[in-house]
Design a protein around this ligand. Structure first.
Ligand SMILES: Cc1cc2nc3c(=O)[nH]c(=O)nc-3n(C[C@H](O)[C@H](O)[C@H](O)COP(=O)(O)O)c2cc1C
Ligand SMILES: CCCCCCCCCCCCCCC(=O)C(=O)O
Length: 361
C-alpha cells in the first residue's frame, strides 16, 4: 500500500535496474547536500494556530500565468523512459490530470511536442500547465530554435538551469559505469530537425563559459517568463533582478551538482530577503511531505518542486503512480493546513516555523 512518497521509493527500488535506481537516488560526491535537503526540513518545527474558524482550505495558485491546483510542481527530471516505457508521456498525463505544473526537462526522452500533446489529451477541457527547462547551449542558434519549439508546443515559462557549468559527479554512476543512455533512448529535444545530419541527436553541452550576457540574450529572444534554477548566492539573486529575470527556483539540483552547498530550505529566508518580494522564489530539494510544503511556503516560497518523488511514482506504477504521488502530497498539504489553522496559503507566515533546538533532530 502506498501511504506516502517514501513507499513509492521502496517499490521503485525493487523494480528498477540498480544502475538506474542509483542514477535517480544519488547525489554528487559524498552526498552531503543530498542528505541535507531532507534534514533541513526535519530540523524545522511547525507552530500551529488554533481556533481560527477556517472551514475549508484553498490550495490553488497562479504562477507566471499558469493556474495550478496546488503549490507543488514537478521539477524537471531527465530520462523518464529509463524508469518506465511511457516515460514523460505518462508523467505529463498525470500532472495534467492533477492540475499540477510540469517543468519538462530539456533532457526528456520524449520530444516536448509529444509531451505537450499527451498533457492536452489528458485534460481536453483546459490548458495543461507546462514549463520548459533549458540548459543554455553555446550554439545560440540551436538554443533559439529549441526555445521556439518549446513555446510553439505550449510551454508558457522557461526555467533556465544555471548550476551546471559542468556536470556534477555522482560516484554511484561512476562505479556503475553509467555513462550513456541505453540503446533506443535519446534526449529527443536535441534531435536535429533542420540542419545537421537529419535525425542525429546532439549532446547537451554543459558550458562553463555562460555568463549574465547569455541571460540578457535570452531575455531579448523570448517573451516568456524566465526563471533561473540553481541560484544559491543572495548576490546572484540580486543580479538576477537586474537582468530582468521573472522568478527564481531555489535549487541545489537535489544535491547532484556542487556537493556541500546548504540545503535549500536553510537558504530560503536569505534568498526571499534578497529579492525583497520583487519576484517569486520557488524552492525544490528534499520535499517529501505536506509539512515540508507548509514550512517552505511559510518561509516565503511561492511554491515548491519535487524531483525524485515523481520519478519514484513513475517507476513504481507509471501514470497512476505519479498521480498518486501528487494526490498524496496534496492530501498531506491540505491536512497540514487544517492542523495549522490555515484556510489558505496566504495564512502561512514565518511565525509558524521554529528551528528545532540543536541536538534534537
Ligand atoms: C533523476 C533526476 C534527473 C534530473 N534532471 C534534471 C534536469 O534534466 N534538469 C534540471 O534542471 N534538473 C534536473 N534534476 C534536478 C531536479 O530538477 C530537482 O532540482 C531536484 O530533483 C529536487 O530535489 P528532490 O529530488 O529532492 O525533489 C534532476 C534530478 C533527478 C533526481
Ligand atoms: C549522468 C548520466 C549520464 C548518462 C547520459 C549522458 C547524457 C548527457 C548528459 C545530459 C544531461 C542531463 C542532465 C540530467 C540532470 O540534470 C541530472 O541527472 O541531474
Amino acid at each position: 500500500m502506498f501511504l506516502n512518497v517514501r513507499d513509492f521509493e521502496e517499490v521503485a527500488r525493487t523494480r528498477l535496474d540498480p544502475v538506474y535506481y542509483d542514477y535517480v537516488a544519488g547525489g554528487a560526491r559524498d552526498e552531503v547536500t543530498l542528505r541535507a535537503n531532507e534534514e533541513g526540513f526535519q530540523r524545522l518545527s511547525l507552530l500551529p494556530r488554533v481556533l481560527r474558524g477556517r472551514e475549508k482550505r484553498e490550495l490553488d495558485v497562479s504562477l507566471f500565468g499558469s493556474r495550478a491546483s496546488m503549490p507543488v510542481l514537478l521539477s524537471p527530471t531527465a530520462f523518464h523512459r529509463l524508469v518506465h516505457p511511457e516515460g514523460e508521456l505518462a508523467t505529463a498525463r498525470a500532472a495534467a490530470a492533477a492540475g499540477a505544473i510540469m517543468i519538462v526537462s530539456m533532457a526528456s526522452t520524449v520530444a516536448v511536442e509529444e509531451v505537450a500533446a499527451a498533457a492536452r489529451a489528458a485534460v481536453p477541457d483546459r490548458a495543461p500547465a507546462l514549463w520548459f527547462q533549458l540548459y543554455l547551449q553555446p550554439d545560440l542558434e540551436f538554443t533559439e530554435a529549441l526555445v521556439r519549439r518549446a513555446t510553439e508546443a505550449g510551454c508558457t515559462a522557461l526555467v533556465v538551469t544555471v548550476d551546471s557549468p559542468v556536470l556534477g559527479l555522482s560516484e554511484r554512476n561512476k562505479r556503475n559505469g553509467f555513462t550513456d543512455l541505453p540503446e533506443g533512448l535519446r534526449c529527443e529535444n536535441l534531435r536535429e530537425l533542420r540542419g545537421g545530419e537529419p535525425g542525429s541527436v546532439r549532446q547537451i553541452v554543459m558550458s562553463p563559459e555562460l555568463s549574465w550576457e547569455h541571460v540578457d540574450w535570452l531575455r531579448r529572444h523570448t517573451s516568456l517568463p524566465i526563471l533561473l534554477k540553481g541560484v544559491l548566492h543572495p548576490e546572484d539573486a540580486r543580479l538576477a533582478l537586474r537582468h530582468g529575470v521573472d522568478g527564481l527556483l531555489l535549487s541545489n539540483h537535489g544535491g547532484r551538482q556542487l556537493d556541500s552547498v546548504p540545503s535549500t530550505v536553510d537558504l530560503l529566508p536569505e534568498m526571499v530577503d534578497a529579492v525583497g518580494g520583487r519576484i517569486p522564489v520557488l524552492l525544490d530539494g528534499g520535499v517529501r511531505r505536506g509539512t515540508d510544503v507548509v514550512k517552505a511556503l511559510a518561509l516565503g516560497a511561492a511554491a515548491v518542486g519535487v524531483g525524485r518523488p515523481v520519478v519514484w511514482g513513475l517507476a513504481a506504477d507509471g501514470e497512476r503512480g505519479v498521480r498518486r504521488v501528487l494526490e498524496l502530497l496534496r492530501e498531506e498539504l491540505d491536512h497540514t493546513l487544517a492542523l495549522c489553522g490555515a484556510g489558505s496559503l496566504r495564512d502561512l507566515t514565518p511565525d509558524l516555523v521554529r528551528r528545532t533546538p540543536a541536538g534534537r533532530g
